[in-house]
Structures are given as C-alpha cells and as structure tokens.
Design a protein around this ligand. Structure first.
Ligand code: NAD
Length: 509
C-alpha cells in the first residue's frame, strides 16, 4: 500500500509555524501506519492565535481591504488548491480512510469547487446597499452596510476535514474576518496544507491560524473565548450543545452543523433498480460517516421483500479494501474508537430484535488484519423506536423499516430528534414534492442522494443544527448589518429633538 514519508507538521499561528512539546500521530485507518506527526496545540497556542487574529482584524490589512482585492487572493488560493487536488486527496485518504476515489471526487474535489465558489462570491457580494431617501420624520437616507464580525472560530470534525473547514474559511475570509481553525486532532493535515497555500497566495499573517489540539481543552476555549466574536462548529449534537453553552458568555454568533439520522422514503411507484443503488450509496458512501447519510430506509410492505433481496445482491458486488486503489468501493472506518462504537451498535441491533440481512461483523482476510474494518451491514425488521433507528451510528449500517401507507412513512421519517436531510423516491414528481413538503429536514432529495450544492443552503432542522452554511447568503452568517443614517434636511427645526428638548436652544438665551 502506498504511503507518504512521515512528515512533521507544526501549528500555524499569526503567519508563523509553531512547534510544541507534545505531538499527535496521524494514523492511516486502513493500515494503522503512522503517516505524519503534528504539533499538539494547547490553550496557550490558542490564546496566541486569537491575539494574532484580533491584531490582523484591527489593522484592517484584510478586513478593510477592497472586496475585489480580497477576491483576487481567494481566487489564487482556489487555483492552487485546484492544481493540488491529487496530492491533497491522497493526504485526506491517508488521514481519514476514505477511498482515493471518494477523496478526489468528494472530500477534496468538492472542497476546491466550494472554495472557488466563495472566492467568486467575495467579489460579487453587495457589502453596501443605499436605501431610498425618506421624508419621514425628516429628510434622510440610509446605507445598509455589511461588515465583518471580527474574529471567528471554526471547529472541524474528522470526517470531511478540508471540505468542512472550507465551508467556514470561504465565507469568513470573503467577508473580511480573521479566523482560527481547530481541526480534529486525528485529521489536521489538509487544513494545515491549506494554510501554507493561503500564505503563499498572499493571505496576510494573522488572518488565518490553525491550532491542532484536543476538543475538551483547545476547542472548548475557542468556543468560550471572550475575544472571539463568532463560532462555527461542525460535529456531534452532544458537543454542539456544549459549544452553544460555552459561546453564550459573550453572546457569540453561533452556527452549528450537527448530527443526522436521515430517512429515505421509497414510495410504491419508485424506480426500484435506481433506488436500490441510491439506498446503498446514500448510506455507505464513506462507510456511513457522512452526517447527511440516509441511514433509515423506509419501505412499503408491498415492495419490502423484493427491494431487500435486490439490495443484498447489489451489496455482494461491492469491493471493500485498499483505500489507495481506485477500484475500491468501501474503505475502513476512521478510528479504533469508531470501530468499537459501531460494533456496539450492531450488537445492540441484534439484541433489540433486528435481523442482519447482510454483513454484521468484521471482514475476514489478511488485508483486514490491520486497520479499522467493518462489514457494510443491512438490518431488516427494524422498528423506529430501536436504538439503531434513533441514534447516529456513523458507520456503514443501514436500518430497513417497513411502513403501511404514506402517512405512516411521514410519521416514522419525522420521528427523530434530527432533521438534516431526507429523500423520497417516486416516479411521480407531484407526489414527491407533496411528501417532501411534509418532511422536517433542511435538505430533501427527490430521487437522489448526497447532492450538496455550494450555491444552495445546507443545514439542519431540529437538533441537526442552527443556521445554514453554503449558498449565496452564507456570507451573512459572517457579517453584521449596520444601518448608517444620513440626515439630508440640514435644518434644526425639522429634527425631532423636541421629544426631549421642548425649548429650542436659541430661544433659551
Ligand atoms: P465531535 O463532536 O466529537 O467532534 C467535532 C469537533 O469538536 C472535533 O474537532 C473535536 O475535537 C471538537 N470537540 C470535542 N469536544 C469539544 C468541546 N467540549 N468543546 C469544543 N470542541 C470540542 O464529532 P466527531 O465525532 O468528530 O464528528 C462526527 C459528528 O459530526 C457526527 O455527529 C456527524 O453527524 C457530525 N457532522 C455533521 C455535519 C453537518 O454538516 N451537519 C457534517 C459532518 C459531521
């Protein structure tokens, strides 16, 4: 299996690389080989990063730069990322265990496209909008100005390390903020590479810092820091709740992208062969470790047996193994901890009465002796109250749930604390739109899966999050709105100061 030579990555703070006493080993989930080491950031490094971010913001070197000039720097970064997709994808595969096919096409390929989108928006966004003149209560005109919030923090999970950092870096930098990123300590390499590229493309020192560190210390301090004005967090709902509490002390602006348990509703008129492929793609892409994965498959009684049989036959054709081989369909899960957690859920599913229709264990063979492997798994006879239907497993485990009629399907689909995504499969678009309207989720795909479009908002209903990332309005979450009021009357007697000052000043004398 191909590996890169072991390289050491320091932190990136205020335009400088910074090494620390401690270090993290970055482990390839497919082989358990150490592929790199990084400095281990502590709270003191986070403090330095926030200080540098504040100084850069106050200096105006980026925050008061002409938006067109900011756009030029961001476009240069996007171009360099584009030239390095191959290397970055390989690095992503080595740290998060996604197949090279997926990191090229999704994890990194999409990150580059999404950053290019924000680089374009940076130049076209209306930061200043003159309002019509008004005569009441006096002749005046306002200008609505959108201004950078200040110092932002971004906390990133391990599953899509570069892509989910870009969802914060893109709008934050386009809007003129400074930003400190805390990647997951298992997967910081591609974000550290991003920082190097950004510096080489002219991003001023201090505007971006990367502090690799543990969540409970460095992450928590970033969320609570009194000099950080906004926090954008992607991760589990449990930690998201904590981040929201920590952010409340200085009333930070907060964006949360959290967990999901997305339903896929197959209606009785669906194109079964395409829907079978989509059910497997929707749940098992990146071994089920995408937040919006379709993990609950809702089948009508009439189609259930045929659909499951076809899915099992299709599942048998998938190749699990070497992540560096473009022919591989499924790689490992991201860590030993995740593997144990997922196996625990599989045991729980069996204990609660679900039936393993496919997989359900650890793949056997010499290539699976090292690494964090789980067989892609299909459970049938699942009811929506079971643990495997309610909790986010974050592994390649599909729960098949029967329903009797469309009302029943909608009720089951919405019976969850989450609301990130959902899908409906039907050959009748009107019917699809009607059911989509009843599903409580931030994205509903009709006859599709995993379609995340950078030009459209992405985020969750209910406990799947707060606010939206992506889309033309994504910059708004990194901007304050200021109403600048300009008096045009020029006359003392037209002002409304008599609300307090009943006697005009000249008459008092
Ligand atoms: P996690 O919540 O454990 O960790 C996410 C990040 O938070 C990591 O960088 C971690 O170090 C940090 N962190 C941990 N404890 C912290 C604390 N007390 N204060 C501040 N930061 C802390 O999540 P994970 O296991 O790394 O990622 C998987 C989760 O992310 C899943 O629940 C998944 O659904 C979710 N996710 C959501 C989206 C989305 O867009 N909605 C996208 C990807 C992943």
């Amino acid at each position: 299996m191909a590996t890169t030579s072991v390289k050491h990555y320091p932190l990136y703070i205020g335009g400088e690389t910074v090494d620390t006493d401690g270090s993290f080993e970055i482990v390839n989930p497919a082989t358990e080989e150490v592929v790199a080491t990084t400095a281990k950031g502590e709270v003191e490094h986070l403090e330095a990063a926030v200080k540098a971010a504040r100084a850069a913001f106050e200096s105006g070197v980026w925050s008061r730069k002409d938006p067109a000039e900011r756009a030029q720097v961001l476009q240069a970064i996007a171009a360099r990322l584009g030239e390095q997709v191959g290397e970055l994808a390989e690095l992503e595969t080595l740290q998060n265990g996604a197949t090279l096919r997926q990191t090229n096409g999704f994890h990194v390929g999409m990150a580059v496209g999404h950053f290019a989108y924000f680089a374009e928006v940076a130049g076209s966004y209306s930061f200043e909008t003159p309002q019509p003149t008004t005569v009441y209560p006096t002749l005046s005109q306002s200008v609505l100005r959108k201004e950078a919030i200040g110092v932002c923090g971004g906390i990133i999970p391990w599953n899509f390390p570069l892509l989910l950092a870009v969802w914060k870096l893109g709008p934050a930098l386009a809007a003129g903020n400074s930003i400190v990123i805390k990647p997951d300590e298992k997967t910081p390499l591609t974000v550290l590479e991003f920082a190097r590229i950004a510096e080489e493309c002219g991003l001023p020192a201090g505007v971006l810092s990367i502090v690799t560190g543990e969540g409970e210390t460095v992450g928590a301090r970033l969320a609570a820091h009194p000099d950080v004005d906004k926090i954008a967090f992607t991760g589990s709902t449990a930690v998201g709740r904590e981040v929201m509490k920590l952010a409340s002390d200085n009333v930070k602006r907060v964006t949360l992208e959290l967990g999901g348990k997305s339903p896929v509703v197959i209606l009785d008129d669906a194109d079964i062969d395409t829907a079978v492929d989509a059910a497997l793609f929707g749940c098992w892409m990146y071994s089920g470790q995408a937040c919006e994965s379709g993990t609950r498959l809702l089948l009508p009684d009439a189609l259930h047996d045929e659909f499951v049989a076809k899915m099992v036959e299709r599942a048998k054709t998938l190749k699990v193994g070497d992540t560096m081989d473009f022919d591989t369909d499924l790689g490992p899960v991201a860590s030993a901890e995740q593997k144990e957690r997922i196996l625990g859920y599989i045991e729980k599913g069996k204990a609660e009465g679900a039936t393993v229709a496919f997989g359900g264990g650890v793949p056997q063979g010499p290539e699976f002796e090292r690494g964090f492997w789980i067989e892609p798994t299909i459970f049938t006879d699942v009811t929506n109250d079971m643990t495997i239907a309610q909790e986010e497993i974050f592994g390649p485990v599909l729960s098949v749930i029967r329903y009797s009629d469309v009302d029943d399907a909608v009720r089951i689909a919405n019976d969850t604390i989450y609301g990130l995504a959902a899908a409906v499969w039907t050959s009748d678009n009107e019917r699809g739109l009607e059911v989509a309207g009843r599903l409580r989720a931030g994205t509903v795909w009709i006859n599709d899966a995993h379609m995340v479009n950078c030009a459209l908002p992405f985020g969750g209903y209910k406990q799947s999050g707060l606010g939206r990332e992506l889309g033309p309005d994504a910059l708004d979450a990194y901007l304050e709105v200021k109403n600048v009021h300009l008096d045009l009357s020029g006359r003392r007697d037209r002002r409304v100061y008599d609300l307090l000052l009943s006697t005009p000043a000249e008459k008092k004398a």
